[in-house]
Design a protein around this ligand. Structure first.
Ligand code: 4NP
Length: 161
């Protein structure tokens, strides 16, 4: 079982979108891959809430339902539990680096490392912008989710050889 945790600031826009897109891609393209997904925020404002309505609507336009997800804050146990801990932007990565014990630091990455063709490091925070920001988030996240799946399939291949 490989465990993947997606991290943003509020856990109501970018990281639940990433979780929803990634779990859908796995279900469709690699249903036998044993993956657990979750998402969390470095901030605590929205704990217990479903994703932002604009994020839910954008995912829904792409036939992905993220309405079951609820925001939570990243905690110390997450660093031991998850194998890949993927930050949506550099600020969130820095926040994780400050919290994470040394033996788990290698698990921390920027999610867009898996979408190198985009040439971007950060998924832009869409919270205070207009609706187009959410579509941009979706596109970036979808691209990185595909790259991540290829990485996990390669990991699996390496383990069975
Ligand atoms: P997210 O977006 O980090 O992608 O979930 C945000 C959500 C809420 C806030 C900022 C970003 N906020 O400041 O409340």
């Amino acid at each position: 079982m490989v465990r993947v945790l997606f991290i943003c600031l509020g856990n109501i826009c970018r990281s639940p979108t990433a979780q929803g897109v990634f779990r859908e891609i796995v279900a469709k393209q690699a249903p036998d891959l044993a993956v657990e997904t979750d998402s969390a925020g470095t901030g605590a404002w929205h704990i217990g809430l479903p994703p932002d309505e604009r994020a839910r609507e954008t995912a829904s336009l792409h036939n992905i339902d993220i309405g079951d997800l609820r925001a939570r804050r990243v905690g110390k146990d997450d660093f031991a539990r998850f194998d890949y801990i993927l930050a949506m932007d550099s600020e969130n990565l820095a926040a994780l680096q400050a919290l994470c014990p040394p033996e788990h630091q290698h698990k921390l990455r920027l999610f867009l490392e898996f979408a190198s063709a985009t040439g971007l490091r950060d998924v832009p925070d869409p919270y205070y912008g207009d609706g187009n920001g959410f579509e941009k988030v979706f596109q970036l996240v979808e691209s990185a989710a595909q790259g991540l799946l290829q990485q996990l399939l390669a990991d699996q291949q390496a383990h069975t050889e």
